[in-house]
Ligand binder design. Structure first.
Ligand SMILES: Cc1ncc(COP(=O)(O)O)c(C=O)c1O
Length: 351
């Protein structure tokens, strides 16, 4: 790399075999949803340990269909954390249900179990539990609340909670394959469940054509081109996660004397380091600017918390995380020289 080249915050990992898989579908004449999508669904369900999977056009579409399949509607409430991207809020709002925002655990930034428990009312129909930044949330305790869970694994493909895959706990679970996610299909998503009935509804709502009745349906299909890429990316999943953990281990070693808090997680969770999130002493904004000047692009791990968009108060841990956390570049396609530069710049800024 040239000394003044920018290191982006994230970047996809695309191999020659990914390109081959992609091109072979282009040449086959079967571009839209077909056999590759079905194969991707089967392999993905096996990978996570759920009976069935339905591939869709994005993680947002996956969340929307998961809620619709459960018949979530206007009079219902859905609990979600504030410290997550607006896709989660959108999905609830698409259905007309009321989003009920809760605060996070200040240490690992996942939904606070206690806050979720307190937010339950007679109208609560579901809790969406994102496993943030690659680290599983309190999914065992949340599972005991008696409310159906939708696990949002957009950032946590391959993470484990007490030896079980993230995505294998909820009534439904969703994934995203956006370009810079753990595996990529450029845009794409998946919904999983053990319930044949929910899967039937999700498949029905995903496409509108050749239906005998009229109900509001969507075009949320994945293409065979994307599925071929996804299938090939699955072959590299273990390698991607190993590399993420290798870089994280190096960061832990190299940053131990830096003036910030390193990521913390609890026993029994296998973190995949989708993001390496540090907590700074002062406002994140001033550090982001310094990184930008040094051409290492760091970001706030959540752009704007949902309660800020909605003008709500009473989310102290989310507020603090928003003001003081930074995501340092960590992804499998980082080159050795880039990692060395990131380490040097972080140590210089936080000495
Ligand atoms: C936790 C979480 N849920 C849902 C989504 C939405 O996924 P998509 O961008 O594929 O619609 C994202 C995307 O970044 C996410 O991080």
């Amino acid at each position: 790399m040239m000394p003044d080249e920018i290191i982006p915050h994230s970047r996809p990992s695309i191999s020659d075999s990914d390109i081959k898989a992609f091109v072979s579908v282009l040449k086959s004449g079967q571009l839209s949803q077909g056999p590759k999508v079905r194969e991707f669904e089967k392999k993905f369900a096996l990978l996570i340990g759920k009976k069935k999977a339905v591939a869709v056009s994005s993680g947002s579409a996956a969340l929307h269909l998961a809620l619709l399949a459960m018949d979530v509607k206007g009079s219902d409430e859905v609990i979600i954390p504030s410290f997550v991207c607006s896709a989660v809020l959108n999905a609830v709002n698409y259905t007309g249900a009321t989003p009920v925002l809760v605060d996070i655990d200040p240490l690992n930034f996942n939904m606070s179990f206690e806050s979720a428990k307190r937010a339950i009312t007679k109208k609560t129909r579901a809790i969406i539990v994102p496993h943030m930044f690659g680290c599983p949330a309190e999914i065992d305790k949340l599972s005991e609340l008696g409310i159906p869970l939708i696990e949002d694994c957009a950032q946590s493909l391959g993470a484990n909670f007490k030896g079980k895959k993230a995505g294998s706990f909820g009534l439904l679970s969703v994934f995203s394959f956006y370009a810079t996610k753990v595996i990529a299909t450029a845009e794409g998503g998946m919904v999983l469940s053990d319930s044949e009935d929910l899967i039937f509804r999700i498949k029905d709502l995903r496409e509108y054509d050749t239906k005998d009745d009229y109900v509001l349906r969507y075009n949320y299909k994945m293409t065979d081109i994307q599925a071929a890429l996804g299938l090939n990316q699955i072959l590299s999943l273990e390698k991607f996660i190993d590399r993420r953990r290798e870089i994280a281990t190096l960061y832990f070693q190299e940053f131990k004397n830096c003036n910030f808090s390193l990521p913390v997680w609890k026993e029994g969770r296998d973190h995949i380091y989708y993001r390496f999130v540090i907590k700074t002493r002062n406002s994140a904004a001033e550090y982001l600017e310094k990184f930008q000047q040094k051409k290492v692009i760091c970001r706030r791990p959540v752009y704007i918390p949902l309660h800020v968009y909605l003008n709500l108060s009473g989310f102290p841990h989310t507020m603090e995380a928003w003001q003081k956390t930074i995501s340092i570049p960590l992804y499998p396609s980082l080159q050795k020289k880039e990692i060395e530069k990131i380490i040097a710049i972080v140590r210089e800024i936080f000495k």
